[in-house]
Design a binder for this molecule. Structure first.
Ligand SMILES: NC(=O)C1=CN([C@@H]2O[C@H](COP(=O)(O)OP(=O)(O)OC[C@H]3O[C@@H](n4cnc5c(N)ncnc54)[C@H](O)[C@@H]3O)[C@@H](O)[C@H]2O)C=CC1
Ligand SMILES: O=C(O)CCC(=O)C(=O)O
Length: 351
């Protein structure tokens, strides 16, 4: 593997490999682009099969954050970090304080927060070593309810574009992943009368959603073939791929997961089949909006209001996609790239 060719493929600015042998901590911090501001993105804790897999995940996730911040109109760049290890057995305080020290070494170029398998409690350990951490207990807390609300608004926008009405009452929605975001997403959807078909690899999480929202559960791999209106991927990425696309019997794909498309060409394929795709980084920007508030005077009302705007942002993207005859993921990318380019030019003036 040629490291610099991978870093150069999407113009990442910086990647740091971090190690603390005393506790076995191994982490990677990837900064994709800081034209709009410091790179903000959560920390994912995952038992990666290889260091290469972790490295590529950090690259893909951090790039997504650049686009997410740009389209949401935030003054943030894109970054993300991953910790390699078993989240069930690793010593939390040692790992997250070690991670915090490496975040601190970047002096604010990278700001962290929660992601898969990391919690508000973990961020408190990070905060013992650096101030460049958000999603703190005393301020904005767990971003997941805001992320879920934004995804819910995104699903409604997709319904409006596809069906001419944004009502989700009576619609069948499949939800994959019932963790921090997935649970609250189901709550939002159920409260509007949607019929939920759900899956997870964790039985307890399934039972909670079946019990609380009357959802029907299916096996993890059966979710793709369920006849439904909308598929909401809300676990890990790359679930829209060569294997799953032919199984889909839905009209809309809109969920919380980052990097839903295994490759860009899978977005082209959804478009070709007439399946409306709400670009992941647009639909799931609520968490970023929430933690961004921590840098600029956070209030719950402001975060929810701004996350609600995901509805109009997505409608704009769907309109652009239709007007220009391009897939929705490309329309979103264009909006992000235009903002980064134009603000980048303004900032060339020395002040
Ligand atoms: N937490 C947040 O505010 C934000 C999260 N996201 C993204 O949303 C997704 C979910 O995040 P969280 O809910 O925070 O993570 P989480 O770790 O709380 O939940 C993920 C859930 O997915 C399940 N899962 C894993 N593999 C699966 C599979 N193959 N099939 C079915 N279920 C599976 C896990 O058991 C877990 O319940 C991730 O892709 C994350 O990057 C994006 C923006 C913000
Ligand atoms: O929501 C968060 O925890 C911070 C932002 C982030 O990492 C994400 O949107 O994926």
């Amino acid at each position: 593997m040629e490291l610099f060719s991978l870093i150069g493929e999407h113009n990442h600015e910086q990647v740091i490999f971090c190690s603390e042998p005393s506790c076995g901590y191994k982490g990677i911090i990837a900064i994709h682009n800081t034209v709009l501001g410091p790179a903000l993105g959560g920390t994912r804790f995952w038992n990666y099969a290889s260091d290469t897999e972790a490295f590529i995940d950090a690259l893909r996730l951090s790039r997504g954050m650049t686009y997410k911040a740009a389209v949401a109109g935030l003054n943030l760049g894109g970054g993300k970090s991953v910790i390699i290890g078993d989240p069930k057995t690793a010593p939390r305080e040692e790992f997250f304080r070690a991670h915090g020290r490496f975040v601190e070494s970047l002096k604010g170029r990278y700001i962290t927060a929660e992601d898969v398998n990391t919690s508000v409690d973990d961020m408190e350990f990070v905060a013992m070593e650096t101030e460049h951490v958000t999603g703190r207990a005393a301020t904005s807390g767990d971003p997941s309810p805001v992320t879920a609300y934004g995804v819910y608004r995104g699903i409604k926008a997709a319904a409006m574009s596809k069906y001419g009405s944004d009502s989700l009452s009576g619609k069948t929605i499949t939800v994959q992943g019932l963790g921090h975001v997935g649970y609250y997403l189901c709550q939002n959807l159920a409260s509007e009368g949607a019929r939920l078909v759900v899956t997870d690899i964790d039985q307890e999480r399934i039972q909670r959603v079946v019990h609380d929202f009357g959802a029907q559960a299916v096996e993890p791999n059966a979710i793709y073939g369920v006849e439904a209106d909308i598929y909401a991927p809300s676990a890990l990425g790359a679930t829209i791929n060569d294997e799953t696309i032919p199984q889909l019997k839905v009209q809309i794909v809109a969920g919380a997961a980052n990097n839903v498309l295994a490759e860009a060409r899978h977005g082209d394929e959804l478009h070709r089949r007439g399946i409306l795709y709400a670009p992941d980084y647009v639909a799931n920007a609520g968490g970023l909006i929430n933690v961004y508030g921590e840098l600029h005077g956070w209030t719950s009302e402001r975060a929810m209001r701004k996350a609600g705007e995901i509805y109009s942002t997505l409608l704009r993207i769907f309109e652009l996609s239709e007007a220009e005859g391009v897939p929705s993921y490309l329309a979103a990318d264009r909006i992000a790239e235009q903002r980064i380019a134009s603000i980048g030019k303004i900032q060339q003036t020395w002040v």
